[in-house]
Design a protein around this ligand. Structure first.
Ligand SMILES: Nc1ncnc2c1ncn2[C@@H]1O[C@H](COP(=O)(O)OP(=O)(O)O)[C@@H](O)[C@H]1O
Ligand SMILES: [Mg+2]
Length: 213
């Protein structure tokens, strides 16, 4: 049997747009269709390790800027997976902004989904993608979703979430995240749970899985 190069679907979009929710629905749907789980890689695990900086400086960093990510390692890992080799994914601790030292063994799969606000930003990553998706939701809705999520699930308070939104999230979104729409193959409206878009993407992913067998 000839080796079929894996396919990568990049899923970008603003913070709180629903990328991770869409990716979860896509994985579930695809698994129902072909009985194979898509491999999901969160770009968040590829933040630079800031262990060399004092905690106060780590806390005040801009985590929405492209330079905050170790794209060299991300690119290397994607290339390895595309070549059919497994990689040791770093694990990132958001409380300390450091790599925990634990790694997770990621085995190559026919279809990989890359989930991150800047999945389409870097040319060297973008060129590895088979399909570039942008999850599109108005800023006010994203901001409210993020507020609720960060308070309910991440132990944050209203003032803290608003401060971070205005200081870094919004300016970085306007400068780097939003413009990715221009290089997206598909822009998915995610104001509602867009079942048709999920079905369409799952159909493509399932066909790629089948053609790899
Ligand atoms: N279509 C939707 N309608 C309403 N709420 C949504 C929708 N999609 C996601 N959410 C909620 O919005 C929040 C952010 O979603 P999440 O998938 O974590 O976004 P992202 O990964 O893009 O930051 C979560 O609390 C999630 O449950
Ligand atoms: Mg997410």
């Amino acid at each position: 049997m000839t080796f079929q190069q894996p396919k990568i679907i990049g899923v970008s979009g603003g913070s709180g747009s629903g990328k991770t929710t869409l990716v979860r629905m896509l994985r579930d749907r695809c698994s129902e269709m072909v009985g194979v789980d898509l491999l999901v890689l969160q770009i968040d695990h590829y933040y630079h390790d800031l262990a060399h900086l004092p905690q106060s400086e780590r806390d005040s960093r801009n985590y929405d800027h492209p330079n905050s990510f170790d794209t060299e390692l991300l690119r290397l890992h994607l290339s390895e997976l595309l070549a059919g080799r497994e990689v040791a994914r770093p694990t990132y601790d958001f409380a300390t902004h450091t790599r925990t030292g634990e790694t997770v063994l990621i085995k190559p799969a026919p279809v990989l989904v890359l989930d991150g606000i800047l999945a389409l930003h870097w040319a060297e990553i973008r060129q590895l993608l088979t399909l570039a998706v942008y999850v599109d939701v108005d800023d006010d809705v994203r901001c409210l979703r993020r507020l609720r999520r960060d308070i309910n699930e991440r132990g944050r308070n209203v003032d803290g979430v608003i401060h971070q939104y205005l200081q870094t999230v919004k300016p970085m979104h306007d400068t780097f995240v939003g413009p990715q729409k221009l290089v997206a193959d598909i822009i998915v409206s995610w104001v509602q749970y867009n079942e048709r878009a999920v079905a369409m993407l799952a159909g493509m992913a399932a066909a790629w899985v089948n053609s790899s067998n």
